[in-house]
Write a protein that binds this ligand. Structure first.
Ligand SMILES: Nc1ncnc2c1ncn2[C@@H]1O[C@H](COP(=O)(O)OP(=O)(O)OP(=O)(O)O)[C@@H](O)[C@H]1O
Ligand SMILES: [Mg+2]
Length: 227
């Protein structure tokens, strides 16, 4: 994943400009900074959910910021797992159906999808909650369903926006362990946005937006092959 000269304008009043960034496959990064600084916007660029006004976003050889909307949909379906800040689970669907919906978007359907959805939820400790709807689940369980939906299609880029915002501190570390464990299993690059000092402190490579760019020495020093 590589960002070069990325800028964005939301109307005449909001103008964002980002430091260049290069992430190798399997690497992990936490993005922090004050509210409104543009953290979620940056994740949206990485996911191909939003096109920057200027600059380039690349994943491997693909110029994500040059793709059509359909191309970006395909990129997301094949490559990206996104854990939304407020989970974005479908309230009228069970845990299993939520994960199946995500797999359907990635083109995995039928018995293979059902097996994958069950296996992913069970692997995240939700084997006994397959047929519960989100409102019948605890916040931590909802978060794991959101994670299951994000990873069931086995993405190589896992993006999580404030994954501990709704959890108490001990659960926060569980959530991080789940994200890391899943990313490691998939060999995926992991990018997490967080305000939570405990979570931020658990990452070696950090990007703090809104002040002078603070990328760790390890990050600045090495030039690994971009993913
Ligand atoms: N659709 C939009 N239209 C106009 N302005 C927007 C839009 N989305 C975001 N913004 C503005 O862009 C800036 C960055 O927003 P963004 O959501 O990326 O911030 P953030 O760092 O994720 O904040 P938070 O920590 O509160 O989630 C904010 O000032 C926000 O008001
Ligand atoms: Mg945000």
């Amino acid at each position: 994943m590589q960002l070069t000269g990325v800028t964005h304008r939301y109307g005449p009043d909001v103008s964002l400009s980002y430091p260049d960034l290069r992430l190798a496959g399997g690497e992990e990064l936490v993005i922090s900074g004050p509210s409104g600084v543009g953290k979620t916007t940056l994740l949206h660029f990485m996911a191909g959910l939003l096109l920057p006004s200027g600059g380039e976003v690349r994943y491997g050889d693909t110029l994500i910021s040059g793709l059509s909307e359909a191309g970006r949909d395909r990129y997301r379906a094949s490559t990206v797992g996104y854990v939304f800040q407020d989970f974005h689970l479908m309230p009228g669907y069970t845990a299993l159906e939520n994960v199946l919906l995500g797999l359907g978007l990635a083109g995995v359907r039928g018995p293979a999808a059902l097996a994958r959805a069950r296996e992913t939820l069970t692997g995240l400790g939700l084997g006994g909650r397959l047929h519960h709807s989100p409102r019948q689940l605890s916040t931590g369980e909802r978060q794991r369903v959101a994670l299951a939906r994000a990873v069931a299609h086995r993405p190589k880029l896992l993006l999580a926006d404030e994954p501990t915002a709704h959890l108490d501190p001990s659960r926060g570390l569980d959530a991080l362990a789940l994200l890391r464990g899943t990313a490691a299993e998939l060999g995926a690059t992991l990018v997490v946005v967080s305000h939570d000092p405990q979570l931020v402190g658990a990452f070696e490579r950090r990007l703090e937006l809104g002040r002078s760019v603070a990328v760790s020495a390890a990050a600045a020093g090495s030039q690994p092959v971009p993913a």
